[in-house]
Write a protein that binds this ligand. Structure first.
Ligand SMILES: C[S@@+](CC[C@H](N)C(=O)[O-])C[C@H]1O[C@@H](n2cnc3c(N)ncnc32)[C@H](O)[C@@H]1O
Length: 258
């Protein structure tokens, strides 16, 4: 797989990898500090691919910082090179597994939006556990999102869509559903305008989308009988108690050797 088709790519200071994360025992990692204006709004995109959504949307939201997370080295390099060439100082692209980053590194309540577009469907039952959306990752997304923060999901895959619906229903204590609104950067008739969307649109595939809105902690606690912080599996319920897993990123090397 060579999205660059032989072209030499340079990620510059826009592409980061695991060496930029603190040691597993050094506490959480706040990605907002990667930016010149760390107090600006912050959004995450999981599975950035070639970076099309990020480069389109970041110019329309110059006061928002975006972190793209991509675990396939070739796509990470391609997206970061694109960001560097356009000098989009409000984007960084990190080469890692987003689920493990959320689970072990990211602090509470930092993001206003988590974007997840055309995520890998992993259709075989034995591979379903590799899907990004799981009950556990939803609890972490809830924790990482600010109050009223949004998880925005789009897929072309009917089975994955059913999976999203089931997970949304089962985690109704954490999120309520609202209709998906296309970002400003989407072209006429597009949901988002990612690379995969444009490819799938040419094939005539239908798209399904939803937005999950974070419920406020009291509502989440009332419905689940515990605080939202506690639900992520750390006893104190705050980010400082989250211990990165020394065995983390175990899934990365077999998918995308650095
Ligand atoms: C089907 S592609 C879609 C790319 C892009 N969102 C688009 O719509 O054009 C899914 C991407 O998500 C990445 N990916 C899947 N799971 C991931 C994870 N846990 N962390 C980071 N990236 C992931 C894959 O490497 C792949 O590039």
């Amino acid at each position: 797989m060579d999205p660059a088709r032989g072209k030499i790519l340079d990620v510059g200071s826009f592409g980061l990898n695991q060496s930029h994360l603190p040691a597993h025992d050094a506490g959480p990692f706040d990605p907002r500090d990667l930016f010149a204006s760390p107090k600006n709004l912050f959004e995450l995109e999981i599975g950035t691919g070639k970076g099309t959504f990020l480069v389109q949307q970041a110019v329309r939201q110059p006061d928002t910082n975006f972190l793209g997370i991509e675990w396939t080295a070739e796509f990470w390099r391609y997206a970061a090179d694109r960001v560097r060439r356009r000098e989009l100082s409000n984007i960084r692209v990190l080469h890692t597994d987003a689920t493990e980053l959320c689970r072990y590194w990211l602090p509470d309540e930092i993001a206003t939006v988590i974007h997840l577009y055309f995520s890998d469907p992993w259709p075989k039952t034995r591979h379903n556990k590799r899907r990004v959306v799981q009950d556990e990752t939803l609890r972490h997304f809830h924790r990482v999102l600010k109050p009223e923060g949004e998880l925005r999901l789009v897929t072309d895959h009917v089975e994955l869509w059913k999976w999203y619906q089931e997970h949304a229903e089962r985690n109704a204590n954490l999120f309520h559903i609202k209709p998906f609104l296309s970002p400003e950067s989407a072209r006429e008739g597009e949901m988002v305008g990612t690379n995969f969307e444009r490819k799938f649109a040419r094939e005539g595939r239908p798209f399904m989308a939803m937005t999950l809105v974070k419920r406020q902690a009291p509502m989440a606690a009332r419905l689940s009988g515990q605080s939202a912080g506690k639900s992520v599996g750390n006893s104190a319920g705050n980010s400082s108690s989250i211990q990165p897993n020394p065995r983390s990123f175990s899934r990365l090397p077999d998918r995308s050797p650095l």
